[in-house]
Write a protein that binds this ligand. Structure first.
Ligand code: NAD
Length: 365
């Protein structure tokens, strides 16, 4: 099969993580162009990837690539995605998809019009331990789930002048920028949300225009609860990135830093699976290539990404009004009737290290 020619646009912090071990996909793709308005950054990624030509204007690569990875400031996601889709290119866009519902809808419409893939880089959905946790929750291996708690404690302090300090460019605060991964996972793990509450603070992260620390509680159908605590102000951490899923027959514990998924039953901890991957960028990129090669829809498709962001926007709105957010019409699948015919797709590439049962999910056509 012909190799897919990839361009990367935006060669800042996260592109270095995307570049790690990317050579393992060299039989399927070639990174041909690295674009950044600061050419030294693009050159640094060329050096890491071992291939590619530096450009400073992404319009110069329309005719030279089949697909692009967009790792840009959030307020540029929509414009760049629309430009590449209009040029007939497949797009893998970093999370969060865009800063407004209007922008997300434009991107979805453009991908449909161009008949190209548009995938959102919610990398945690491709993590082998997260996939295993999802499988154990769905199969009720340890009984019925009633609470998922997710902690993310990190120190993220952007330098003066960085776009991430501005709420308008970031699209909000820590909750929107980083919490979007975990709202997406809570919805994926727990189903339909009913109501929720977000409270954030700038205290401890004065460099942020909006919250740098956030707490969100979501009640789901059947009384299931989801909680996420995220901070960019941690001066130390005990939990790092940890997920606890309380089920009636045991508690599943996922610790990303330790690379373990365990179950606690009757005071005994049993390690179920190990993985030293922190960010599964290669699996995510491999899935993007699969979708292009096989003409299938991505697990992290743009409609479900918009559905997750709508929950965040509703929670922000309710926080402003000091009320509880009504989430009864939100969640994954909520825009299904309006925006997509349903189609069942097997997500096989992510089953390695997991049991043979396959995940089925609803995706847009
Ligand atoms: N998946 C994850 O875990 C994860 C982690 C961090 C960041 N991200 C996401 O990755 C994206 C980028 O974040 P980052 O931390 O790498 O930001 P960054 O500021 O480090 O990098 C952005 C880069 O884009 C470049 N740029 C700006 N305008 C440009 C333009 N018009 N054309 C070409 N290049 C341009 C900048 O010069 C900069 O090098 C964001 O969407 C962010 O949320 C994802």
């Amino acid at each position: 099969m012909k190799k897919i020619k990839m361009g990367w646009v935006g060669c800042g912090g996260i592109s270095k993580t995307h570049a790690q071990n990317i050579q393992s996909l060299s039989d399927r793709m070639e990174v041909t162009h690295l674009v950044d308005i600061i050419p030294e950054r693009a050159q640094a990624v060329v050096d890491q990837v071992g291939s590619g030509q530096v450009e400073t204007d992404y319009r110069k690569i329309y005719d030279k690539v089949d697909a692009v990875l967009l790792s840009l400031p959030h307020d540029l996601h929509c414009r760049a995605a629309l430009d590449f889709l209009a040029a007939g290119k497949h797009v893998l866009v970093e999370k969060p998809m865009a800063n407004s519902e209007e922008e997300c809808r434009q991107m979805i419409a453009a991908a449909r019009k161009a008949d190209r893939k548009l995938m959102v880089a919610y990398c945690m959905r491709y993590h082998p331990l997260v996939l295993k946790m999802k499988e154990l929750i769905d199969s009720q291996e340890y009984g019925e789930i009633f609470q998922v708690s997710i902690w993310t404690e990190q120190h993220t302090e952007y330098p003066t002048g960085h776009w991430g300090l501005e709420a308008r460019r970031l699209g909000g605060g820590q909750f929107f920028s980083h919490g979007c991964h975990y709202v997406d996972l809570l919805l994926w793990f727990l189903g339909r949300p009913v109501r929720g509450l977000h409270m954030g603070t700038r205290r401890g992260t004065p460099w942020m225009e909006k919250e740098g620390t956030s707490n969100v509680v979501i009640e789901f159908e059947d009384g299931k609860m989801g909680y996420h605590f995220g901070t960019w102000g941690a001066r130390g951490t005990k939990l790092g990135y940890s997920f606890h899923a309380h089920c009636t027959g045991g508690m599943l514990e996922l610790n990303i830093a330790q690379g373990t998924l365990s179950v606690h039953v009757n005071g005994q901890e049993t390690v179920l699976m190990k993985s030293d991957e922190v960010k599964p960028m290669i699996r995510q990129m491999s899935h993007f290539l699969d979708c292009i090669e096989n003409n299938t829809q991505p697990l992290t498709d743009p409609v479900s990404s918009l559905e997750g962001l709508r929950v965040i926007w509703k929670l922000y709105e309710a926080e402003e009004k000091q009320i509880m957010a009504d989430l009864r019409n939100e969640g994954l699948g909520s825009l299904k009737k309006e925006m997509r015919p349903t189609e069942l797709v097997d997500i096989k590439p992510f089953k390695e290290n997991c049991s043979s049962k396959s995940h089925k999910l609803l995706i847009n056509g």
